[in-house]
Design a binder for this molecule. Sequence first.
Ligand code: AMP
Length: 181
Amino acid sequence: MTAAAQASVESVLQSLIRDVPDFPKPGIVFKDITPLLEDAVGFRACIDALAARVSAHRPDALVAIESRGFIFGAPLALHLGLPLIVVRKPGKLPRATESVAYQLEYGEDRLEVHADAILAGRRYALVDDVLATGGTAAAVIGLIRRLGGQVACAAFPLELGFLDGRARLHEVVTESLVRYG
Ligand code: AMP
């Protein structure tokens, strides 16, 4: 992608992402992606730009994180012609799973993947909606590696740069289309 095309995707995304102050709690500025999803031209530009970034890292499959990661992961997988592997909240996947626990601001949460979905030595691109603290993505990177997979890259439409999430991603190449702060 040329620098001009990159700048134009960035400005389209910025115009279609709404800041919602004090959601879900006081002091948080929530990045609302629903206007982007409601704009077919902007959403397509976002998926096209993500596809260009992700394909450069030659993944064999995509791994998308529940739930907003699915919104971007599914069209991206179709666009790239790659398998889509879903990482879900506990109890949602029917076959044998491997799981990972990770810290939330208060307490702990857990994510699961089908154990036979990640193949040793294959390259996986992680996809989620927003890179914030990086806690969720770091946990899933650990899960992929525990099952023997390689993490080709981690890709996000949005990054909250001031939270320095990419520092937590264990030296995985991190791609984002719009970076705040
Ligand atoms: P994290 O593990 O902190 O990188 O963030 C986990 C998930 O929380 C992200 O993938 C987003 O779905 C969501 N999230 C965190 N902070 C924000 C924010 N300021 N605006 C929108 N979504 C957020």
